[in-house]
Every structure is written in C-alpha cells, then in structure tokens.
Design a protein around this ligand. Structure first.
Ligand code: SF4
Ligand code: FES
Length: 351
C-alpha cells in the first residue's frame, strides 16, 4: 500500500486576474460553475487529513477569488494542517489577511520592477504585490516570494533577489518556467539561452553568499543532462485536487490522455490515492523501461516527468526526453536549436 501523502495542493479555482504567458495551468480552464462548493472542499480537507496530509496549499488560479476562502482556510487549519496561501497578491489587503487562518504566504512576482512585472503579468499588479507583502509583514506571517524565470526576466535575477529581500521574504523560489499548459504554447518566447542561464547561475551563487534569505533555484531542465525529480515520484508525496474535484497525481496530469483520472464527487479520496489506476500507473519503479529501469538514478529522479514524456514523445512511460540517456533527447536538442524568440501570447484574465 502506498505511503500517506504529505501535502495537498488544493486548486480552489482557475479564475485569476493575471494573464501570465508562462502559466502552466491547462489551456482550457475549469469554469466557475464547475467548481466544488464550500461543503465539498471541506470534505476534501477532512478526507485528506484522515489520509495523513499535513500541509494544505490553497492555490489556483487566484484563491482569493473564492469568497469562502476564510471558511476553507479555517477548516483546514482546524484539522491541524499547516496552511499555505499561494497568491498573486491581488486582493490581499490587511483586512482580508486578518480574516485568513493561514500559516504562510507564497507571493508571486513576475519581475523586479513595475513596468516589467506588469508587462509579464498582463495587468497592473506590481503595486498590489508590494502592498500584499507589507500586509503579510504586518501580521507577522512567514513569506516566500516565487518568481518564474524565463527569457524575458532571467537577466534581472539579481534585481529579483534584491526585491524579495526588500519585501521581507524568508525564502525565495526562483523556478525556471516549466512547459505545460499555456507555457508550452509560449515555449519559443520563454526558453532562455544557455548564456542567460549560465549568467543567472553565477548571479544566484554570488547572492547566496550575501543573504540570510533561503534561495531555492529550480533548474531549467531542457538545458540539463538529467531531468528534475518531478513530484519526487508519481503518487509518492503529494496529490492535487483540481477546481472541479478531479484528483491529480501532479498538477499537469490532465495532459496525459487515457490516465483514467477520478473525481472526489465519485469516489473517496483515500480510495483514489491508494487504488486509482491514475495513481498506480507510474508509482514506484516497476513501470519503468530502459534506460531508466537499470539506471543508478532511477530512485533519484524517478525517470523525470511523466507529463513531459507524454508531451514530447506521446508516451508517458518513456524516459523523460530531457535526460541525456533518453533516445528521444535529440527532440529536445532540436527544440533548443530551433528556438527563435517570439512574442508572448497572454492568457485572458478570468475573474
Ligand atoms: Fe533518470 Fe531515467 Fe535518465 Fe536514469 S535514464 S537519469 S533514471 S531519467
Ligand atoms: Fe506531471 Fe511532472 S508535471 S509528472
């Protein structure tokens, strides 16, 4: 039987005031009418806690778009979970924050200054983010700043680090863009060059020597020799519940056709976690083919990302093609060689 999951990513809604072109949510967003209601989300949290979940990430879209967010946060907190609010900051006033039983706030920034941030966000967002960070600071909650890096902002990584420090973040996540959903459509606009990445690595390493802030730097996997240990293994540590109640082994799993995804409206969460074909499909290492099957790294990176394998090779059971040992690696090299910068295509705001 699978071990208990540690974390639940609760995608309360896909609605969002921002229009980021690097968004990895699905291209077809779940509509408001299809979202789980308050009672259903409470039940999800009850079931998740009974299953062993200790961390609940209230995410989206923009979770503040849900009017029942205070109720949902209080419910998860009342179950003894550590509650993390993942937000763009738009709408996070001191009054709303005072009403939220959360333990931690993760605030996104798109770039280091107002003009660049708002260009990438597609709306005027920067000033709201500064105010949101101030509100978090005033109530004494820990703050993580998250910045997705790509061709348009990676040259500003030093200024982004300085901004996070100015905002009082204890932790900064610098996550290179992952090419799922809308970001896959914009891959040519977003892919950085090797020279950009090398310079960013140098800047981050230098900054680490001069700050107490924890800096997490997530690799740009297309440019690496080995893939990321996606989800720390499929169905191993975390599960995601989409706005309509679909239970996902990873946030992007809807891209894999034929997975047999199930919904909390139809089956208990524990049964889905333990028995669903969608969770069993790539759990552990038995599903692996060569070269992963006999590779010394198979329990380090778990063969990489199933969604990426599906998107780039058509078969989710293949080795992640960013791996230099994959027979499909030439397809990634071809993408990198062909990458000529395009204009970013923005999402529609969906509030
Ligand atoms: Fe990881 Fe598989 Fe590549 Fe080995 S062959 S490094 S397990 S992706
Ligand atoms: Fe789905 Fe990596 S994003 S397994």
């Amino acid at each position: 039987m699978a071990e208990a999951p540690f974390g639940l990513l609760a995608e309360l809604t896909h609605r969002c005031p921002l229009r980021c072109g690097y968004c990895s949510n699905p291209v077809e967003l779940i509509r408001r009418e299809a979202e789980l209601d308050t009672a259903a989300w409470r039940s999800v949290f009850d079931q998740a806690r009974a299953l062993g979940v200790l961390q609940v990430h209230l995410s989206g879209g923009e979770p503040l778009a849900r009017r029942d967010l205070p109720d949902l946060a209080a419910h998860a907190s009342g179950l003894g979970c550590y509650v993390n609010l993942v937000t763009s900051g738009l709408g996070l006033t001191p009054e709303r924050l005072a009403d939220l039983a959360v333990d931690h706030v993760q605030l996104s920034v798109q770039d280091a200054d107002q003009a660049d941030n708002d260009r990438i966000a597609g709306v005027k967002a920067f000033r709201h983010k500064l105010k949101a960070a101030q509100a978090v600071h005033e109530v004494g909650l820990p703050l993580t700043v998250n910045a997705v890096l790509h061709r348009l902002n990676v040259d500003h990584v030093g200024a982004i680090i300085a901004l996070a420090a100015e905002l009082g973040a204890q932790r900064l996540e610098l996550a290179n863009a992952q090419y799922y959903g809308w970001a896959l459509r914009n891959r040519a606009a977003l892919l950085p060059s090797r020279a950009q990445l090398a310079e960013a690595d140098r800047v981050v390493a230098a900054a680490r020597a001069h700050t107490d802030m924890e800096i997490v730097h997530v690799i740009a996997d297309y440019h690496e020799a080995h893939p990321k240990p996606c989800m720390h293994g499929w169905g191993a540590r975390q599960l995601t519940v989409a706005p309509d109640g679909t239970v996902l082994p990873c946030p992007a799993a809807t891209v894999i056709t034929g997975l047999g995804l199930e919904n909390v409206r139809d089956r208990p969460l524990a049964a889905i976690w333990h028995d669903s074909p969608s969770f069993e499909a790539f759990r552990g290492t038995d599903w692996m083919r060569e070269p992963c099957r006999s590779c010394v790294r198979r329990e380090i990176d778990f063969g990489g990302c199933r969604c990426q394998a599906f998107q780039l090779t058509g078969d989710a059971a293949n080795t992640d093609p960013v791996c230099s040992l994959s027979p499909h690696r030439p397809a990634v090299e071809a993408i990198l060689d062909a990458a000529t910068p395009e204009d970013l295509r923005m999402r529609k705001a969906t509030l």
